[in-house]
Design a binder for this molecule. Structure first.
Ligand code: HEM
Length: 484
């Protein structure tokens, strides 16, 4: 009995002291924020769609405020100028991500690029940034073009058969294939009905499981008492990561076995580039596999989700669809496909894409960064070891930048060229931003030039959001496609 009382006493004292800590005053530049609860801090107020309360808090506490995510002091930044001061001007202070059981487990102890740290990260980042260009991998855009043909063929099938077209699944396979081609010169073949086939099919399935695991968030990452249990839980239960590493590892081994001298100057893909860079050192294979996985994860769901949202807006705002189509018809005509060089001549389509990404921010936040020392930025004090979130959804709704931000209106970008990027700022901003934007432009423009989009039942498509690894449409919607 006395042992139980003792444990209870220790627990209550811990909770009490822990709670007091949450009210520490950092002086006149202390950040304001909502009152936290014991243990959970403000976590419960963030459910189920954290970007909504995080954007609302801005109205009460200003563009930079603090919340407690469990035991983690978190700074939410909703202003572009301050974001730049943090992530560009004071980059050294905000370079790493916070250490959490989830980040640690899924990065195999920070051995990948996305979670990499210090010099290791710099070296991996430099390698990937140099590689995903057409100077290094020469056929990178030919591959993209072929994948686009595959997607358009699939859409053709739906036009001819009169069957409704489901963007979810078809767009994820398209973007996943672009990454598979880029990284390991592989792809998931599919029949016209959109069903995946072949050995890589299992990879897509395992990635979906992993996206769900990562996207659901885990309270054990934020509450110190739970962290050790979460680490143990991952070790005991999670089997999709080893499966993914196994599938990707086998493809890497095949690359090693089939490598030819000529691939040094004309690599088949990123695997070849990395094998040469690391001098075929088997100790580096795990890093190569993990970087490959980074690109598969970071580069597929983001672009696929952006395409889904853009399709919804084409259907729900048919007047803008007609304007984009007329512009493309005038610039490109019907005898060829849209090319990247047309981008400069399609301001309305560019504005439509920008508005689509502002209206539904596919990645509502950057990957949180850890602050490595106490620092003052303008009127804001950010304490050491707090985590900093760049709230893209908050910036997208900030009336400092946009009139009537709740209205979908591409013309706003023609009237005023307001800077807006979902790719982050500074050295650690998205390494695939150029490729991702090219992928989005090419696929969307060619779809619009070829097909008229509407919802399959004639109703407006539901625009509500589901929060996961990305902020994607909550419902799996279907489209009616007609040839233009
Ligand atoms: C619409 C498309 C995309 C969006 C919105 C997006 C957004 C982001 C964001 C917000 C970050 C974190 C930046 C930060 O912390 O400051 C990031 C990082 C990253 N993204 Fe993207 N991304 C997209 C497409 C892609 C593509 C196509 C690739 C691969 C080719 C890619 C690969 C990566 C990688 C590897 C990182 C980690 C970079 C590092 O830590 O050095 N992303 N992305």
């Amino acid at each position: 009995m006395s042992i139980i009382l003792l444990i209870l006493f220790i627990f209550i004292s811990y909770v009490f002291l822990n709670y007091i800590k949450k009210f520490k005053n950092y002086g006149p530049k202390s950040l304001k924020g909502p009152i936290p609860l014991p243990i959970f801090g403000n976590l419960l107020s963030l459910l189920p769609l954290p970007h909504i309360p995080l954007t609302k808090y801005h109205e009460t506490y200003g563009p930079v405020y603090r919340i407690w995510m469990g035991d983690k002091y978190t700074v939410s930044v909703n202003d572009i100028d301050i974001a730049k001061k943090i992530f560009i001007k004071n980059a050294d202070c905000f370079m790493e991500h916070p250490e959490t059981p989830t980040f640690k487990f899924y990065s195999c102890n920070y051995s990948n690029l996305v979670m990499g740290r210090g010099q290791n990260w710099k070296q991996r980042r430099d390698l990937v940034a140099r590689s995903i260009t057409k100077t290094k991998i020469k056929h990178i855009y030919t591959n993209l073009d072929q994948q686009l043909d595959g997607l358009l063929n699939c859409m053709d099938y739906h036009v001819k058969s009169g069957l409704p077209f489901t963007p979810r699944g078809n767009f994820s396979r398209f973007t996943m294939n672009n990454m598979l081609k880029l990284v390991m010169n592989d792809e998931i073949p599919y029949d016209h009905q959109g069903k995946s086939q072949g050995p890589m099919k299992d990879l897509i399935h395992q990635c979906e499981v992993l996206f769900t695991n990562l996207g659901s968030g885990n309270i054990g990452d934020f509450i110190d008492l739970l962290k050790p249990f979460l680490s143990i839980y991952y070790k005991l239960t999670n089997s999709c990561l080893p499966k993914i590493l196994d599938i990707v590892g086998k493809v890497l081994q095949k690359h090693v076995d089939t490598f030819k001298e000529e691939y040094k100057s004309n690599p088949r893909d990123l695997f070849d580039v990395m094998l040469v860079e690391y001098d075929f050192d088997p100790l580096k294979y795990i890093t190569i596999i993990l970087i490959a996985c980074d690109l598969l994860f970071a580069g597929s769901d983001t672009v696929a989700g952006s395409l889904e949202w853009a399709n919804i807006f084409l259907c729900n705002y048919p007047e803008y669809q007609e304007k984009v189509y007329s512009e493309l018809l005038c610039v490109v005509g019907k005898d060829r496909k849209v090319a990247l060089s047309d981008r400069i001549s399609t301001p309305f389509l560019n504005a439509f894409i920008k508005e689509s990404s502002r209206f539904k921010t596919i990645g509502p936040f950057n990957i949180p960064r850890n602050c490595s020392q106490d620092i003052e930025i303008d009127d804001y004090f950010i304490p050491k070891d707090s985590q900093v979130i760049l709230n893209f959804s908050g910036i997208a709704a900030n009336t400092k930048y946009w009139d009537n931000p709740q209205v979908f209106d591409p013309t706003r970008h023609l009237e005023k060229n307001q800077e807006f990027s979902l790719f982050g700022y500074g050295q650690r901003q998205c390494v695939g931003s150029n490729f991702g934007q090219d992928e989005l432009y090419l696929s969307l423009s060619n779809m619009i030039l070829k097909y008229k989009f509407s919802s399959h039942d004639g109703n407006l498509i539901n625009e509500s959001e589901a929060f996961g690894l990305t902020l994607h449409p909550a419902t799996i919607f279907k489209l009616k496609l007609e040839h233009r």
